[in-house]
Design a protein around this ligand. Structure first.
Ligand code: GCU
Length: 674
């Protein structure tokens, strides 16, 4: 991954850095301190091929790692002056001169802060930055920074494209796969502090004692890395494994069952994080089965975990066949009326857009619309709708677009990032979840570049204001090379890769056109699925007159779920960004675009642009050969050739299908399909 610690060939830099490893002062024997020491040993071996020397006397040390309790007086000026401001997980790194000696000091309130600080220093070295400029104070902007594993107990992974689940339930709790530790290192290095081990389409069995002991074993491995474990809770578990007749959240027996079950888990795992719940969505059981609402369900579970400090992450991804007009409106309608009615330890987990992890969606209208309820972001890292682990798509660009979007809920500048870090409405708990793309594949994520999406997600969960470009630069330096020629070429390539996939799959606001079930490849013609909102035709609504979903006032009026200024813009084609045009409007094939092209031509040209972008990615990659090892060079090259083939497939299939409605010729510059 990005923790390669490659040997530093430049002897001057190597000597400079390695002197700090000659005299490291760190005191204590806790599990986290052992983790820190091991990481330093590993990094020193890799970057300098040298052992680490420990120094008991901090006055003689070159690298000093101290916390609030044990820093010596002489360092008073070089540790945070306001320890409280960096929080439990924050840290500072300073390059200082004391008695004519240069030193680096890492300080933090907690050992986890020190671990984060250590990873940051190692990152600075791997990026070959000038250490004499180090003056970093960092703390995470969100509290809960999670991976969500959609992993089943049989080790299949829902929407997983990197092999099987890394959780080896069969061999746990005795057998601890070394990968668990590497997984924890990778996560801690980017600040991820929790993991939901199981699929949102939950299996109640994981709550049985025989699984709880396995979960405990994982929790024990992850604890020194600052990572808590969470589980998904199947709402009907009291019936399925508890022998009750109901799972009604207002039933006393049900409440007691969950309270007892929760106590059982906390007895084994005292820092268990809590539950993630998918209820009344896609056939999952929930409170509505008993005529209750989401608040009833979430609050009942919240009461069970509250005595132990746990949280309930209640998902807002709900839709049903009973509202056939516009699936995009359902979550807002079901949740916003309950604002203020959830317990303090409930956080509503909302996908970035109102449909489902499409290559592009407008931000979810719930962001900013529930001032009294904490809302956390759910991004998808695994590429369910974006070419699995075959297509190269740098997702931080997508995440950034959503986080920067302006909800206008408290006037201009009320960005989604401010909802997520809690600053817009002063929230007590904040968080972000990323649906993991990790599996047993040798490179963890299937596509070597899909690692960047795990990395970038973690960085944004820590700081939702980072730019995708900074993240691209960091990741490329850590994972491949710090050579400026390489970076100058590859950063733009990553930045463009997300737009490429939008262009060749779903340009101009089109969405949900993927083939049935697996969601790989085009299927805009599919129209015979049992639920209307599963059919791509429900979303593009192409006919002789035109194409697109009318969500304006004259259509489903989904625009009204946004704040007035935003709603007004989305309500009119002229003020809707063209990249979202067909999300909000059904327009004639002859509709004039800003550049003067008619809609049909613009659509066809966008598909072609996507293909051209992939071609460019291939030629760029060819030029990168000198900077990359043979193995990864070849692997990515082969994957890119599939991506090009499939970009053309998307273009040709989509255009030949839509042409049946438009009846218009394919414009110049775009090959005729078939
Ligand atoms: C998508 C995905 C499902 C998943 C669901 C969810 O619909 O296709 O596999 O279960 O999202 O987020 O709950």
């Amino acid at each position: 991954l990005w923790l390669r610690y490659s040997y530093i060939n430049d002897s001057e830099i190597r000597e400079n850095y390695s002197q700090y490893f000659n005299k490291i002062n760190i005191s204590g024997e806790s599990e986290t301190l052992v983790v820190i020491k091991n990481e330093l040993l590993r990094a020193s071996k890799g970057m300098f091929n040298k052992k680490v020397l420990w120094e008991n006397d901090h006055l003689k040390a070159k690298l000093i790692i101290v916390n609030k309790e044990n820093y010596p007086k002489q360092l008073e000026k070089n540790v945070p002056q306001d320890w409280a401001s960096i929080g439990e997980e924050g840290f500072s790194i300073k390059y200082v001169k004391i008695n004519d000696n240069y030193k680096i000091i890492i300080a933090g309130n907690s050992e986890i802060g020190l671990l984060y600080g250590t990873f940051e220093l190692l990152k600075q070295m791997q990026m070959q930055n000038d250490l004499s400029r180090l003056n970093i104070i960092e703390s995470p902007k969100t509290d809960i920074r999670l991976l969500n594993h959609w992993d089943n107990l049989d080790r299949t992974v829902e929407r997983g494209y990197a092999g099987f689940s890394i959780w080896n339930w069969h061999k746990l709790p005795e057998y601890i796969d070394p990968r668990y530790e590497d997984y924890a290192r990778a996560n801690a290095s980017i600040g991820i502090n929790g993991t939901v081990l199981t699929n949102v389409n939950a299996n109640a069995l994981v709550l049985e004692p025989r699984y709880i002991e396995k979960v405990k074993a994982l929790a024990d491995v992850f604890r020194p890395y600052g990572i808590k474990v969470y589980l998904t809770a199947r709402f009907s578990a009291p019936i399925e494994i508890g022998g009750l007749e109901t799972a009604d959240p207002l039933d006393e027996n049900v409440k007691n069952w969950w309270a007892t079950k929760t106590a059982e888990i906390y007895k084994e795992i005292p820092d268990f994080g809590g539950f993630l719940v998918k209820a009344n969505s896609e056939g999952q059981p929930g409170p509505q089965n008993y005529g209750r609402n989401h608040a009833d369900g979430a609050n009942m579970l919240a009461d069970a975990v509250a005595p132990f400090g746990g949280v309930i992450m209640w998902r807002a991804f709900v839709y049903s066949e009973h509202d056939p007009t516009d699936r995009a409106k359902q979550a807002y309608s079901e949740f916003v009326p309950y604002d203020g009615q959830f317990r303090d330890n409930v956080i509503i987990q909302v996908k970035n857009g109102a449909i489902d992890f499409q290559p592009r969606e407008p931000f979810h209208p719930m962001f900013g619309a529930m001032p009294k309820t904490p809302l956390m972001m759910e991004f998808q890292i695994t590429q369910e709708y974006l070419g699995f682990s075959t297509h190269m798509v740098f997702l931080p660009k997508l995440y950034e677009e959503v986080l920067k979007a302006d909800t206008y809920r408290e006037g201009e500048g009320s960005t989604v990032a401010k909802v997520i870090d809690g600053s817009l409405h002063n929230k007590s708990i904040t968080g972000m979840a990323g649906v993991s793309n990790v599996g047993t594949d040798i490179n963890w994520t299937g596509h070597p570049f899909a690692q960047a999406n795990w990395y970038g997600y973690g960085r944004l969960a820590w700081n939702p204001y980072l730019s995708a470009e900074e993240i691209a630069e960091e990741w490329l330096k850590l994972t491949f090379s710090t050579n400026p020629n390489f970076l100058d070429t590859m950063i733009p390539m990553l930045m463009e890769s997300r737009e490429a996939v939008v262009n060749y799959m779903t340009p101009l606001g089109l969405h949900h056109l993927m083939a049935t079930g697996h969601h790989y490849g085009p299927g805009p013609w599919v129209n015979d699925l049992s639920r209307p909102e599963w059919n791509p035709t429900y979303y593009h609504k192409a006919d002789k007159e035109g194409i697109g979903f009318n969500r304006s006032e004259t259509g489903t009026n989904a625009v009204s779920q946004y704040e007035e200024t935003v709603a007004k813009n989305f309500n009119e084609p002229a003020t809707t960004p063209e990249k979202l045009l067909l999300w909000f409007h059904h327009l004639s094939w002859d509709y004039k675009m800003k550049d003067g092209n008619i809609l049909w031509d613009a659509l066809a040209l966008k598909y072609q642009e996507g293909v051209n972008q992939v071609k460019k990615m291939i030629s760029t990659w060819e030029q990168m050969k000198p900077y990359i090892d043979e193995e990864r060079f070849k692997e990515v090259k082969m994957l890119l050739s599939i991506q090009l083939k499939e970009a053309k497939w998307w273009r040709d299939a989509s255009l030949s299908y839509f042409q049946e409605f438009s009846g218009k010729p394919i414009p110049n510059g775009v090959p005729k399909p078939g």
